[in-house]
Design a protein around this ligand. Structure first.
Ligand code: C5P
Length: 227
């Protein structure tokens, strides 16, 4: 089987990472969650006081970008890679609702995108990679052999995110999660630099009514057709 690049894009909480992880594990590919990278930079900005409610010192973040080192390190016990920010594991910190509330603002900054896209391209230079995000099929890997664009209704997605947060002991009201999902969708699709858009050659999957298994099998069939 030849090695290919698989780009998975879509709205927040469509289950991109679940599908991407499953595929990578099955195919023996590397999995990269690019949302984690934007989240880690957001966490860095929060830690340094560059971002808070109604406040964003964009320039200080831009000036600090060269001091930010992001790395994925594989955790064999968990079976996936975790995000390290300047050598510190921030996997838990980057998944909070506070980071979710600010991340799309940080992801609008072109200098942030340029830094991360460069690193992502580098990670995919040998193919055999599944990468998920918002601009993977359009900007990071426009020549990816397989591009998937995932959608589901905002309510379905908010329910999934709500369950996920609950399971981690984060008691956030459902309405707040739904609001966050809708706001991120709006910012992600309306930003000037690399807005979330379905690539012309991407295959759209609406998984509102698909089980994980059905979805996985459908995509695997596409992989087999290509690889
Ligand atoms: O995938 P996840 O929901 O963790 O992504 C968090 C946020 O990071 C998104 O809402 C989006 O604003 C930003 N993002 C992006 N481009 C990517 C991945 C994520 O702008 N490739």
């Amino acid at each position: 089987m030849k090695k290919i690049t698989i780009a998975i894009d879509g709205y927040s909480s469509t289950g991109k990472s679940t599908l991407a992880k499953q595929l990578a594990k099955y195919l023996g590919y590397v999995y990269v969650d690019t949302g984690a990278m934007y989240r880690a930079i957001t966490f860095f900005a929060m830690q340094n006081g560059y971002i808070a409610v109604d406040f964003f010192d964009k320039q200080s973040l831009i000036d600090s970008l060269s001091f930010i080192n992001l790395q994925f390190k594989f955790n064999a016990d968990l079976g996936f890679a975790e995000m390290y920010l300047n050598d510190v594991n921030v996997e838990t910190e980057i998944r909070t609702i506070e980071v979710s509330n600010f991340v799309s603002k940080v992801a609008e900054v072109s200098q942030v995108r340029a830094k991360l896209v460069e690193q992502q391209k580098q990670m995919g230079k040998d193919k055999a990679i599944v990468m998920d995000g918002r601009d993977i099929g359009t900007v990071v890997f426009p020549n990816a052999e397989l591009k998937i664009f995932m959608t589901a209704s905002p309510e379905t997605r908010a329910e999934r995110r709500f369950d996920e947060l609950q399971s981690k002991g984060q008691n956030v009201p459902y309405e707040a999660v739904l609001k966050n999902v809708q706001e991120r969708d709006y910012i992600d699709t309306h930003r000037e630099d690399s807005p979330l858009v379905k690539a012309a050659d991407a295959i759209e999957i609406d998984n509102s009514h698909l089980s994980r298994e059905e979805q996985f099998n459908a995509v695997l069939e596409l992989v087999h057709d290509i690889a």
